[in-house]
Design a protein around this ligand. Structure first.
Ligand SMILES: [Zn+2]
Length: 277
């Protein structure tokens, strides 16, 4: 198992470094408490780096990236965007509204296996906003984003990596998750473009966000990214309980891009423990 190989390698390296010579015996006294602490931290760091391949697909594990995921004519999205929005709609609104909205969105009875057309989600958002007052429509989308994060966190991220993310300082865990977001953006952003940028904790930038395009009929308030705010925040909480994600500019409000600022209640939580002392 890779974790044990990492541990053996790090233990040998730490001991050799402490004694100034080659690899040591298993009972080497130089592996003192301080060195073991350093080994444990390095082990977490290496294991977490391996986890950059964390699968954050919002669609099935077998979904394959299309040749051009940014082509809106053929763009696909993970079915959770629609499934969780319908779930939140049923829970928050009357049965009549819950029946009417998917009809207005012209959602089909039969669904394909795997990824679904991005247009289904865009039409569902549009129908939601056409049916409900802005505040209630955005509340449904925010709830849907939280449910999506919960689903992806529980079903796509192995328990071992969830445990590692809880142990790592946010300064390591949040960039790891943002790298995973980047790799799987095509499954939740559809034809939109995703980029994480800026200094820790960073900013998420999206262009052509499915909930914020003109055809999704963005609300007058100017911020249309509640679904993504909640989804990003829910997943980043795996690395930092107090993390917040807020959309500070939105294409739905005529900004050039949607920008989601990540912040921590306590910035000190992002500081890694000192591994070199
Ligand atoms: Zn937006």
């Amino acid at each position: 198992m890779q974790l044990f190989r990492d541990f053996a390698m790090l233990r040998a390296r730490s001991c050799a470094g402490a004694q100034g010579r080659g690899p040591c015996a298993a009972d080497c006294p130089a592996v003192n408490a301080q060195a073991q602490g350093r080994v444990a931290f390095d082990l977490l760091r290496i294991s977490a780096m391996r986890s950059y391949r964390i699968n954050l697909k919002t669609g099935p594990q077998t979904a394959r990236r299309p040749a051009d995921p940014h082509d809106a004519a053929v763009a696909r999205i993970g079915p959770n965007a629609v499934i969780q929005t319908l779930r939140a709609l049923r829970e928050r609104e009357s049965p009549e509204v819950a029946r009417l909205v998917p009809v207005r969105a012209e959602l089909p009875e039969a669904w394909p296996e795997g990824m679904i057309p991005e247009a289904w989600f865009v039409r569902l958002v549009e129908a939601l906003r056409a049916t409900l007052p802005a505040e209630r429509a955005e509340a449904v989308l925010r709830q849907s984003g939280a449910y999506t994060a919960d689903y992806v966190g529980r079903h796509r991220i192995p328990a071992l990596f969830r445990a590692l993310l809880r142990l790592l300082p946010a300064r390591l865990g949040i960039p790891l998750l943002l790298t995973a977001f980047q790799r799987h953006a095509w499954t939740f952003a559809g034809s939109g473009r995703f980029q994480a940028e800026g200094a820790f904790p960073g900013t998420i930038v999206m262009q052509g966000c499915p909930t914020c395009r003109a055809e999704a009929a963005a609300p007058a308030a100017g911020h249309a990214g509640a679904y993504y705010e909640a989804a990003f925040e829910g997943l980043l909480r795996l690395a930092a309980a107090g993390v917040r994600v807020r959309e500070v500019s939105c294409q739905g409000g005529h900004a050039a891009l949607c920008r989601f600022e990540i912040s921590l209640k306590d910035p000190a939580l992002g500081e890694p423990p000192c591994a070199s002392s």
